[in-house]
Design a protein around this ligand. Structure first.
Ligand code: SAH
Length: 394
């Protein structure tokens, strides 16, 4: 195989030998051969021993590893990787399930494919590529998807415009790269949602909260529920389906509120139990004393970088103080953080500080992490981002 060779400095092979899928630029001793962004490269230690194959990119993460074995990277490589990801979901009841036709098919490093996200929405695969190497392999990826799904694949939508590094000369544009689909309704545990992958956040839906929504439904019977940062109204639909007597959805975006109402209409004939408000969460929470039995706090990532971690934690604290202070006696709070830089420990400490501020008794009923289609690669702790706690407040 005649790939450019990336030779690591002495000692810098340790993390690759422990299957960490990234090579930082500082670990590289030299590169032999002419290498362009997105090229496949051969990674060796400083004694020329093979370590891995990966995609090269300019930046602090210089190589994203796609194989720790010395194999041919061709059409069958992509087909095998993607069907492996599919079979894993199938084994755990996600793919080929009438009640749930929305799931993450490929979760980047979690599935051994750094830089590639594929979300499946009832016939449409939405691709989000974070590396140039993945972007250049779109044809292989489409071929693999077509073979895997056959007639069930109606369209492939590429949503990489804002995720490919802006300095590359690729100029990725969002759009269909195979077929086109007008079917925008999916089902999740039997609940219907209209998804807008063209304009929506992420690939259109927060698929990673599926199990938390299901858990909420189990607690909602006869309760008054407040869903803060509701976006598509996912939690609200589940609370309604679980028999809540009242559900309020709050999001600062008017578009999100419209989408929430649309999703409620899609699932229920009588929607009088539900009301949605386009207002700021922090303001809304000032005036909720003893109004709700259950409060969901699922804000956007307050910190995208380590340097704003402190402010982010303050944000989570303020938010949770308001909820803990005002929830009814014996109420439940479903509180989340999807900031990757906020660790599980940090989030829990923040909740501790918030609770202590209010003087109320708080017990943890559930600790939530990522669902199986977003499973964390043990060798890549960076892929853990979602944390949640369900707490009981007295
Ligand atoms: N809980 C949602 C995902 C939340 S995404 C789900 O399960 O699908 C975060 C949402 O928070 C976005 O819809 C965004 O519009 C909203 N948001 C951001 N800042 C806000 C604020 N200050 N007040 C209210 N909503 C806000």
């Amino acid at each position: 195989m005649d790939y450019p060779k990336v030779i690591l400095k002495s000692g810098k092979d340790q993390s690759v030998r422990r299957y960490h899928p990234w090579i930082f630029s500082g670990a590289i001793k030299k590169i032999i051969g002419n290498v362009n962004e997105g090229d496949l490269v051969f990674v060796t230690d400083n004694k020329d021993e093979f370590l891995a194959l990966g995609h090269y990119q300019i930046g602090s993460i210089a190589v994203r590893i796609i194989s720790f074995e010395e194999i041919e990277i061709n059409d069958s490589f992509w087909k095998e990787k993607i069907s492996k990801a599919y079979n894993f979901r199938k084994e755990f009841g996600l793919a080929e399930n009438e009640n749930t036709n929305v799931y993450r098919l490929v979760h980047a490093e979690g599935d051994g494919l750094p830089g590639l996200i594929i979300d499946f929405y009832n016939g449409t695969a939405v691709l989000q590529m974070h590396s140039i190497g993945m972007y250049l392999n779109r044809e292989h990826i489409i071929n693999a998807l077509k073979e895997l799904y056959g007639d069930k694949l109606k369209a492939v939508y590429d949503k990489s415009e804002n995720t490919i590094p802006f300095k590359s000369d690729i100029e990725a544009k969002n759009g269909y790269i195979y077929g086109e689909s007008s079917e925008k309704t999916v089902v999740e545990y039997g609940n219907k949602f209209k998804i807008n992958w063209e304009d929506g956040q992420k690939t259109g839906f927060f698929i990673d909260q599926r199990e938390s929504r299901k858990l909420l439904a189990e607690y909602s019977k006869d309760k008054s529920v407040l869903n803060v940062f509701g976006y598509t109204g996912g939690f609200s639909v589940y609370a309604m389906q679980g028999g809540a007597k009242l559900v309020h959805s709050v999001d600062s975006s008017k578009k999100a509120i419209d989408l929430t109402n649309e999703n409620i209409d899609l699932n229920f004939e009588d929607t009088s139990r539900h009301e949605a408000f386009a207002v700021d969460a922090f303001e809304y929470l000032n005036d909720i004393k003893d109004k709700y039995d259950i409060i969901i706090l699922d804000p956007p990532a307050f910190a995208k970088h380590q340097n704003v971690l402190h402010n982010a934690l303050q944000g989570y604290k303020r938010l949770n103080i308001k909820a803990i202070e005002n929830i009814k006696l014996g109420g439940l709070i479903f509180t989340f953080s999807c900031s990757q830089v906020v660790s599980k420990e940090n989030f829990r400490k923040t909740l501790f500080t918030a609770a202590a501020n209010t003087g109320r008794n708080v017990r943890i009923l559930h600790q939530i992490s990522q669902p199986i289609d977003h499973a964390v690669n043990l060798y890549h702790p960076e892929s853990e981002y979602l944390k949640g706690l369900v707490v009981y407040v007295e």
